[in-house]
Each structure stands twice: as structure tokens, then as C-alpha cells.
Design a binder for this molecule. Structure first.
Ligand code: IPM
Ligand code: MG
Length: 375
């Protein structure tokens, strides 16, 4: 029996191209693992009315962790039009499988490192090394939404004086998306960020919210952050509003260490941060729970490039690095990081986004060769 069982979910579009790269690296490492393929994504939405079939959930429950490619997400009306004719008008409603997986498996912490690799021509600056901790299951992405708004929901909200201005609006002309935070959820993401800072000798944790306007949810996050920060005397807590943070990240990204935010703000801030170090082609992520984790590049499925082996696989290779770290394979993780850094620095094999004309697979092979020289 292998040491690890890893769920293998390529998903949509270029997900498959970059997963092939992950395989090249994992085979080079010789990780003692069994990889179990799971169906997920648009194809299964169209054919089965479910982008995340139960058989896939079963695989996830029987594995140690998951490597995930990419997913196509569309708004529900557009998605409904693409269903197979026999499934049309049967009440199937599309929702993002990756958001669903994070909730189903309680992968409460999303960590997204954004480090500028030396020699990357796309770096905004070369001295950026930050990491975003994004709360991953609550807030605006928890999916508690209404349209039309049920009468009882409307009535219950009427206890709030600010609801008066919506009185009389037809319930079908009203849409509500809730932003729900729990104290425990806030504490958990804050603690993860501080623990990371402590372990990696980072000096600051910046909590990014908007408590001057979103007083209750953002307020809860900030208050809890202040309390927890007291337990970490060597690490400073910085508090920044999300709008200002976008400005500061463009102005002085090198000043930041660990960033911490709720689900939606973290989603936005992590794309901005990714662009500072070369774009989504370099953006890896780990969705981490108490006993399970799912690793994925944060780029989308880029359908127009699917199967062309054109896209940059670095985000996937860096996600593999995060997975190796999480599994406790520290030496392999650190060598993979070094191999990636050296390949980028040399600039001999590179995909089109970096001005090169190598394929996705050639870049992975380049990293694999480098890896071999290090181990
Ligand atoms: C991400 C993506 C997802 C998200 C989408 C695909 C649902 O943008 O992982 O950042 O919003 O979380
Ligand atoms: Mg995103």
C-alpha cells in the first residue's frame, strides 16, 4: 500500500494540462502515492446536472488530500442554458464546485503565497514576498442568498431600522446575499495567519477589512484580531481597509508580510497580489482544513487554451510544493521550490506569458531536471 492516497481532480480546460505537469514532478520525486482520479467540472454539470458528483465526494473522503486543476464557473442562468436537453427545466441549479468543496470538507483556511522569483520579467518588483490568508467557508461566499426574497425573510429583516427604505419593494425585485461571520471562523483564520507568521519569522500580520462601514462582520474580525495579536508579542498587527489596501499593495507591496482577510476580500486581494509577482500563472493555493487539504492553482480553466499545453504550469507546480509541505515532505518541498526558482532565474525554458515559446510540459520537464540535480 502506498504511503499517501491523493485525489486527482483535473477539472476543466487547462486544468488537465497543468495536472500533467504535476504528475511529471511527482513521478520525478518518486512520491510513494496512489493517485485516484475524480470527475468534477463543467462536463459533469452539462451531462449530469451536477459538477461535483457524489462519487467524487466519496473519493475525497477516502484520500489524504486532493490536487485540483481548474474549474469553469458561470452565473446560474448561463449555466442552466448549457444543460443537456433532457435535464433542462428540471430544477438543476449550478453552483461552483470549488466553493462547494471548501464548505463540504470544511477547508476553512485558504493560503496563497505571492513571492517574486528572481528573474521573473513579470514581477512588479523583485522584493515582494507576501502570503494571503483568506477565510474560506463563510462570509459572502457561504451561499446564503435570496431572490426572490421569501416574505418571512423580509419580515424578519424588518426589525432593522435601515430596512425601512426597502419596504414596499416587490419581493421579486429584491435580491439579498448575506455576509455571515462566526467568532470561531474569525479566530481560526486569524490564528492560522499568526501561527504562520511565527513559524516563518514574519514581522507583521495585516488584517484587511472595512469596519468603518461593515461594522458588524468586519468589526468582529478586527476585534478578534486585536485579542489574538496579544498572544504574539513579536508580531505587529496592522489594520487596513480593503480599498486602501489595494492602493498600498500597488504602492508598497514589499512592506507586507502576512495578509489576512475574510472570504470575498481575500479573493480580491489575492488576485491583486498574484499580479504583483507575475500573474495567475504563479499563483498557488492551499485550501486547508483540520485533517484534509486541497491544493490548486488559483487561475481559471482558460477554455481557449485547453489541451494546447500553452499555459504557465508554475502555479500548479507551486501548489504541488504546498501539498508536499502539508504532507510533511519538507525536503522535497524545499527542493521543488529551489528547482522552480532556478528555472525562472535561468529563463531558458518559459511559456508565452514570460516571452518564451516552450510548452507547459517542457517547463515542467525543465523543473523536473533541475529537481534531479538537487536531490
Ligand atoms: C479563487 C476563485 C474562486 C473563488 C472561483 C472560481 C469560485 O476565484 O479560488 O480565488 O472565488 O474562490
Ligand atoms: Mg479568485
Amino acid at each position: 500500500m502506498s504511503k499517501y492516497k491523493i485525489a486527482w481532480l483535473p477539472g476543466d480546460g487547462v486544468g488537465n494540462d497543468v495536472m500533467d505537469c504535476a504528475k511529471i514532478i511527482l513521478d520525478t520525486i518518486g512520491l510513494d502515492a496512489e493517485y485516484i482520479h475524480g470527475d468534477v467540472g463543467w462536463e459533469f454539470w452539462k451531462k449530469e446536472g451536477n459538477p461535483l458528483p457524489d462519487r467524487t465526494i466519496k473519493i475525497l473522503k477516502e484520500t489524504d488530500c486532493c490536487l485540483f486543476g481548474a474549474i469553469t464557473s458561470k452565473p446560474k442562468d448561463e449555466a442552466a442554458k448549457e444543460l443537456a436537453p433532457e435535464l433542462q427545466d428540471k430544477g438543476y441549479v449550478y453552483s461552483s464546485p470549488i466553493v462547494g468543496l471548501r464548505q463540504l470538507l470544511n477547508l476553512h483556511t485558504n493560503m496563497r503565497p505571492c513571492k517574486a522569483f528572481e528573474g521573473n520579467p513579470l514581477n512588479y518588483r523583485d522584493d515582494i514576498d507576501l502570503i494571503v490568508f483568506r477565510e474560506n467557508t463563510q462570509g459572502l461566499y457561504a451561499g446564503v442568498e435570496f431572490h426572490p426574497v421569501p416574505k418571512e425573510v423580509f419580515n424578519a429583516l424588518m426589525v432593522h431600522p435601515k430596512m425601512k427604505k426597502f419596504d414596499g419593494v416587490p419581493l421579486d425585485d429584491l435580491a439579498i446575499s448575506t455576509r455571515i461571520f462566526t467568532r470561531k471562523g474569525c479566530q481560526s483564520i486569524i490564528r492560522q495567519a499568526f501561527e504562520y507568521a511565527k513559524k516563518h519569522n514574519r514581522k507583521t500580520v495585516t488584517v484587511i477589512e472595512k469596519p468603518n462601514v461593515i461594522r458588524e462582520t468586519s468589526g468582529l474580525m478586527i476585534r478578534e484580531a486585536r485579542k489574538i495579536a496579544e498572544e504574539y508579542p513579536g508580531i505587529e498587527l496592522w489594520e487596513t481597509n480593503v480599498d486602501a489596501m489595494c492602493m498600498w499593495l500597488v504602492k508598497n507591496p514589499q512592506k507586507y508580510d502576512v495578509l489576512l482577510s475574510s472570504n470575498m476580500f481575500g479573493d480580491i486581494i489575492s488576485d491583486l497580489s498574484a499580479q504583483l509577482v507575475g500573474g495567475l500563472g504563479f499563483a498557488a493555493s492551499g485550501n486547508i482544513g483540520d485533517n484534509y487539504a486541497l491544493f490548486e492553482p488559483t487561475h481559471g480553466s482558460a477554455p481557449k487554451y485547453a489541451g494546447m499545453y500553452k499555459v504557465n504550469p508554475m502555479a500548479m507546480l507551486l501548489s504541488v510544493k504546498l501539498m508536499l509541505d502539508w504532507l510533511g515532505e519538507k525536503k522535497h518541498a524545499s527542493n521543488l521550490d529551489k528547482a522552480i526558482a532556478q528555472v525562472i532565474k535561468e529563463g531558458l525554458v518559459k511559456t508565452y506569458d514570460l516571452g518564451g515559446n516552450n510548452t507547459t510540459l517542457e517547463v515542467a520537464e525543465g523543473v523536473a531536471k533541475k529537481f534531479d540535480t538537487l536531490s
